[in-house]
Design a protein around this ligand. Structure first.
Ligand SMILES: NC(=O)c1ccc[n+]([C@@H]2O[C@H](COP(=O)([O-])OP(=O)(O)OC[C@H]3O[C@@H](n4cnc5c(N)ncnc54)[C@H](OP(=O)(O)O)[C@@H]3O)[C@@H](O)[C@H]2O)c1
Length: 176
C-alpha cells in the first residue's frame, strides 16, 4: 500500500487518478484550491471501493509555503509520501497567443509552471529527507512539439518538462 499525493485532484484527470489508485488499495491525498471542492472530492472518493484512507487539503500550488505545508500534512497523517503527482493546472488551449488574455497567461504561468516547480521542490526535498519516492508531472504532448499558435499554453509545460528530464530528477526518484 502506497501513499499518493495528487495536486489538482478535485476533478478531471487528477480525480480519476485518485479513484484509480484508491481502487488499487492505496492511500490518496486530494487537493484543489478550495475547501468546498476538496471536501466534495473526498466525500465522493470515500464512496468508491478502496481500502486506503482518503484525505484532502486545500492548496494553491502557486504558493510555495502551501506546497510545503501539503507535504507536511501528508506525512503527519500517513507517515510518508511514496508517490507525488503534479497535476494541478489550467488549460486555455484553444486561443492563439495574440488572443490570449493577460489573466489567462498569468494563470497558466503561475499555476502550470511556478506551481509545478514549487510542488516539485516540496516533494523532492521531502523525499530526499525520507530516503526515496517518486515525483511525476502531468504535462501535455504539445510541450515537446513544434511551437503552435497556442504556445502561451504549451510554454509552461515545456519548461517543466525540461526540468523533469534533468539528472537531479533521477537522483530524487530513487525507489523507496
Ligand atoms: N484539458 C486539456 O485540454 C489539457 C490539455 C493539456 C494538458 N492539460 C493538463 O492536464 C492536467 C489535467 O487537466 P484536466 O483537464 O483534468 O484539468 P481540470 O479538470 O481543469 O482540473 C484541474 C485541477 O487542477 C486544480 N487546480 C487548478 N489550479 C490550481 C492551483 N493554482 N492550485 C491547486 N490546484 C489547482 C483544480 O482544482 P480546483 O478547481 O478545485 O481548485 C482541478 O482539481 C492539468 O495540469 C492541465 O493543465 C489539460
Amino acid at each position: 500500500m502506497n501513499t499518493i499525493v495528487i495536486t489538482g485532484s478535485t476533478k478531471g484527470l487528477g480525480f480519476a487518478l485518485a479513484r484509480g489508485f484508491r481502487a488499487q488499495g492505496h492511500h490518496v491525498v486530494v487537493t484543489g484550491r478550495t475547501d468546498a471542492a476538496v471536501n466534495a472530492a473526498v466525500a465522493s472518493l470515500t464512496e468508491t471501493p478502496g481500502a486506503g484512507r482518503v484525505l484532502g487539503r486545500a492548496v494553491d500550488v502557486s504558493d510555495p509555503d502551501a506546497t510545503t505545508a501539503l507535504w507536511s500534512f501528508a506525512v503527519a497523517e500517513l507517515g510518508r509520501v511514496d508517490i507525488w503527482i503534479n497535476n494541478a493546472g489550467v488549460a486555455h488551449t484553444t486561443n492563439p497567443i495574440v488572443d490570449t488574455t493577460p489573466d489567462a497567461v498569468r494563470a497558466m504561468v503561475t499555476t502550470n509552471m511556478l506551481g509545478t516547480i514549487f510542488s516539485t521542490q516540496a516533494a523532492v526535498r521531502g523525499m530526499t529527507a525520507q530516503g526515496g519516492g517518486s515525483c511525476s508531472t502531468c504535462s501535455v504532448v504539445a510541450a515537446t512539439a513544434r511551437p503552435a499558435p497556442t504556445w502561451a499554453c504549451t510554454a509552461p509545460p515545456s519548461a517543466v518538462s525540461t526540468c523533469s528530464r534533468g539528472p537531479w530528477s533521477r537522483r530524487s526518484t530513487a525507489p523507496a
